[in-house]
Design a binder for this molecule. Structure first.
Ligand SMILES: [Fe+2]
Ligand SMILES: [Fe+2]
Length: 142
């Protein structure tokens, strides 16, 4: 599989995983911490939008649709429940670490200097990922 194909496919899956993960967390805290839920819903909507950008990019370039949307959404959703025994602050810290890893990967991709549609999307969404990484700092349990 060529590198670009792999990059887009992986990014698509990670975005769907993130969508499911934030949706799951949001569901767990929607009565307890409505302000946190708002941030998580916003992040989930952005991640889902990112997945759509990558899937449109993939079909445009390779004339093939990326599948597995339900699987990757469900996988992320389940993971957020798998962590249910942990305190919310720790779950948010784990999400932060994951977001920062994604940012690092995107920065490496940008630094590699390629010019293509994948890179165009990365440029467009990298700030969202940085914002997601800050949720755990912005939200203070009250
Ligand atoms: Fe994203
Ligand atoms: Fe993100």
């Amino acid at each position: 599989m060529n590198v670009l194909k792999f990059q887009i496919k992986l990014a698509y899956r990670v975005e769907l995983f993130g969508t499911g993960f934030y949706r799951g967390l949001s569901k767990q805290y929607n009565t307890k911490y409505p302000d946190l839920t708002k941030m998580l819903d916003h992040a989930a909507a952005q991640e889902y939008g990112h997945s759509k950008l990558f899937s449109a990019c993939y079909s445009g370039l390779f004339n093939k649709k990326l599948g597995g949307e339900k699987f990757w959404l469900g996988f992320g959703f389940c993971q957020s429940y798998f962590l249910f025994v942990l305190p919310v602050s720790l779950k948010l810290k784990l999400a932060r670490i994951t977001e920062l890893l994604a940012v690092k990967q995107f920065e490496r991709d940008l630094a590699a200097g390629a010019k293509n549609k994948y890179i165009d999307i990365v440029k467009r969404i990298i700030q969202d990922e940085k914002d997601h990484a800050e949720i755990c700092n912005k939200w203070k349990k009250s």
